[in-house]
Design a protein around this ligand. Structure first.
Ligand SMILES: *[C@@H]1O[C@H](CO)[C@@H](O)[C@H](O)[C@H]1NC(C)=O
Ligand SMILES: *[C@@H]1O[C@H](CO)[C@@H](O)[C@H](O)[C@H]1NC(C)=O
Ligand SMILES: *[C@@H]1O[C@H](CO)[C@@H](O)[C@H](O)[C@H]1NC(C)=O
Ligand SMILES: *[C@@H]1O[C@H](CO)[C@@H](O)[C@H](O)[C@H]1NC(C)=O
Length: 521
């Protein structure tokens, strides 16, 4: 089977991304001014950013990233303020400003819409949509604004991060030490950028197989070779403080918490919205009671893996709090109560509940005729050899719950999905587009592939066999801060690696695959 990139190269010509280091996006950023641009930073001055105090906290937080991203690129720190409008008085004065907010949530944005008679019909009511553009006389006493307006919380957050990426800040700036190209001038086009609803409603990753890579890394970086006395965990306060300032709020035993704080940011920068947390020796809500509210606060929809029904980390939580066997046939009341607790605990937050119990995998039950309520999403998996087992047939395509794909890792070969996503275009064609989630192991070696999975779910219309390789070249250009010719060398290495890998997937090697003595193998 051809690997994804090999397939791309086989079918397509190598093309180059634009000079701006962003992947597959509409381009609305310029590093010099012209008659059709609006300044973000010019001549050492940053345009002030206006928000509303009644905005979503997740948008407030992303706006602080937006301002620090501008500083990262230009060295100039723009002001960020909550602004109110009373009658014809705006609480802060400036002739030119950036206004950020969510329709129906930010009273500032509502005032801009009514004062400037702004047409918002292109995004209003659309899941995660946003637009950005220059608006003249947005508010009394303000000549001009660049508005970034989301139809909902994540629409606004994605609008901000879409610009950040085009400014030159990679979603991976922290996780992969990606350098940011410096510019003294930073502008946006007056016509701005926009995006409608994503192709796939919920786009996420599953952290699984978190050992040994992340644990060993933390053990090496943050301890002198010995983990914590009780747990053996390397995730001590050295690890915490290195990772992020939020640390002080978390308890010593909350090993996963800080780790996820950064995950949340990475996910949102990639325009993902959904997370299945790590499950090996951990349970998201038990590791730290702040995990679930924090995920929601950031704007992430939480779920649990296919083996953990009703938002409870199972088996860890069941072993701690359950009683009797994990068997609904003989222990129904205890399991029922356990699930009710999970449902109540998650009630205030945006969540997707995994339904039913898994002993063996459950697709066989469905194949044998078991049916589930119409509003439950059917999540189909791959077959461990890269092929998605099944897509919705015509009679299933009008179910209100829709269908999705869990691209996983499992027996018999523990198939690793690296660069083997050509099936995802079938998922789009066959309406398996409600939920996409991919098992990313401990994340680290799979940056480009993870980002492609999410980017394709964000906008499947952009990527075709003909332009697919430009994802690799744009990615190489952005991640290594290289001119296009050198990024081609990087993408050749990446493509070559996957080509050699695809000749025989590492997980399919055994002692008989190659001869150690003959055929120059
Ligand atoms: C704006 O107001 C919100 C809500 O009170 C607050 O959390 C946030 O820190 C404020 N932002 C700024 C930049 O002052
Ligand atoms: C490791 O040893 C060094 C030198 O003795 C010490 O400064 C440091 O605090 C130790 N780190 C940990 C995590 O114990
Ligand atoms: C969905 O489609 C199938 C087959 O086309 C049809 O039999 C069924 O009545 C439809 N269900 C609904 C709820 O429209
Ligand atoms: C190695 O893999 C081949 C093909 O997948 C299989 O036929 C063979 O039995 C395997 N041999 C061993 C020793 O596992």
């Amino acid at each position: 089977m051809l690997s994804f990139w090999q397939w791309a190269i086989f079918l397509g010509l190598i093309t180059f991304g634009s000079g701006v280091h962003c992947i597959g996006q509409q381009t609305c950023v310029a590093f010099q001014s012209s008659s059709s641009t609006f300044p973000i930073v010019t001549k050492g001055q940053g345009t002030p950013v206006f928000l509303s105090a009644d905005e979503w906290p997740g948008v407030q937080r992303a706006a602080t990233d937006f301002v620090s991203d501008i500083q990262q690129v230009t060295g100039v720190k723009s002001s960020l303020s909550n602004v109110t409008v009373t009658g014809s008085t705006v609480s802060k004065k400036a002739s030119s400003v950036i206004i950020v907010g969510t329709l129906g949530k930010s009273s500032l944005v509502d005032q801009v819409v009514s004062h400037a008679k702004l047409d918002v019909s292109s995004v209003e009511g659309q899941w995660e949509a946003f637009f950005a553009k220059q608006v003249k006389n947005p508010l009394p006493g303000i000549d001009s604004a660049y508005v970034i307006i989301g139809a909902d919380k994540r629409g606004t957050i994605y609008g901000l991060y879409d610009h950040s990426e085009q400014f030159g800040v990679s979603p991976w700036y922290w996780w992969a030490d990606v350098p940011t190209t410096k510019h003294s001038e930073l502008h946006v086009t007056a016509s701005g950028c926009s995006h409608g609803s994503p192709s796939v409603k919920y786009r996420g990753i599953f952290l699984n197989d978190e050992q040994p890579s992340l644990q060993n890394w933390a053990m090496e970086k943050f301890t002198n070779g010995t983990g914590a006395p009780l747990t053996g965990s390397p995730f001590n306060h050295f690890f915490y403080t290195k990772l992020c300032v939020h640390v002080v709020r978390f308890k010593q035993n909350a090993i996963i918490t800080t780790y996820f704080v950064y995950r949340f940011e990475l996910l949102l920068r990639m325009k993902a919205n959904y997370l299945w947390p790590a499950i090996w020796s951990s349970a998201f809500d038990i590791d730290d009671p702040e995990n679930q509210p924090l995920g929601d606060w950031w704007g992430i929809v939480m779920g649990t893996s296919h083996q953990e029904p009703m938002m409870r980390g199972t088996p860890i939580e069941w072993d701690l709090f359950g009683s009797g066997p994990w068997d609904y046939g003989v222990n129904a009341q205890n399991i029922y109560n356990y699930w009710v607790y999970g449902a109540e605990r998650a009630k205030p937050y945006e969540s997707i509940f995994t339904m039913g119990m898994r002993d063996k995998e459950v697709e066989g039950y469905y194949d044998d005729g078991m049916r589930v309520p119409d509003d439950i999403t059917l999540l189909w998996t791959d077959d461990n050899f890269g092929n998605i087992r099944r897509f919705p047939v015509i009679s299933e395509r009008n179910r209100t719950g829709g269908a999705g794909v869990y691209y996983h890792v499992g027996d018999p070969r523990d198939f690793k999905w690296i660069t083997t996503f050509e099936q995802m275009s079938l998922a789009i064609d066959r309406n398996a587009d409600r939920i996409w989630i991919v098992n990313v192991g401990d994340l680290k070696p799979y940056e480009m592939d993870t980002e492609f999975f999410i980017a394709y779910g964000w906008d499947a219309s952009i990527w075709t066999p003909e332009n697919l390789n430009s994802f690799v070249t744009s990615w190489a250009q952005r991640e290594f801060d290289l001119p296009s010719q050198q990024s081609l060398q990087v993408s050749n290495i990446i493509a070559g690696l996957t080509r050699f890998n695809a000749r025989r997937k590492p997980e399919l090697l055994n002692s008989t695959t190659y001869s150690l003595t003959n055929y120059r193998e």
